[in-house]
Design a protein around this ligand. Structure first.
Ligand code: 4NP
Length: 157
């Protein structure tokens, strides 16, 4: 079993979207029994809440259901439970690097490093922007999800 945790700041926009998109992708590839997917936020303001309504609507238009997801905060223990901890941007990557127990750094990744042509870039925070921010986020996430699955097939399955 390979375990993947997507992490953003609030766990109500980007990382639940990544969780939903990636879960759909692995189901389409018949890998739902082999890969576990979850998401969390480095911040705790939205713990227990469902994803942002704009994220839910945008994902639904692409056949991705986020309605069952509830926000939680990332913990140090996540570095023992998950094989891959995938940060949505450099700020959250840095926060996670500080949380990470010594020797577990290899688990931490930047999501867009898996997206051909977008390596090193951030998935931008759509929280304070307009609705089209959520579409741009979905485009990036769909691209990186394909690359992440290829990486997992290559290194973890
Ligand atoms: P996310 O977006 O990190 O993609 O879930 C945000 C949601 C809420 C806040 C920040 C970012 N916030 O500050 O409340």
């Amino acid at each position: 079993m390979v375990k993947v945790l997507f992490v953003c700041l609030g766990n109500i926009c980007r990382s639940p979207t990544a969780e939903g998109v990636f879960r759909k992708l692995i189901e389409e590839h018949g890998l739902a029994e082999k890969i576990v997917v979850d998401s969390a936020g480095t911040g705790g303001w939205h713990v227990g809440e469902p994803p942002d309504g704009r994220a839910v609507k945008a994902a639904k238009r692409r056949g991705v259901d986020l309605s069952q997801i509830r926000a939680r905060q990332a913990t140090r223990g996540d570095f023992r439970r998950f094989d891959l901890i995938v940060a949505m941007d450099a700020d959250n990557h840095a926060t996670l690097a500080r949380l990470c127990p010594k020797g577990e750094e290899h688990r931490l990744h930047l999501f867009l490093d898996f997206a051909a042509g977008l390596e090193g870039r951030d998935v931008p925070d759509p929280f304070y922007g307009g609705g089209d921010g959520f579409e741009a986020v979905l485009d990036m996430i769909e691209r990186a999800a394909e690359g992440l699955l290829a990486h997992i097939r290559d290194k973890h399955l």
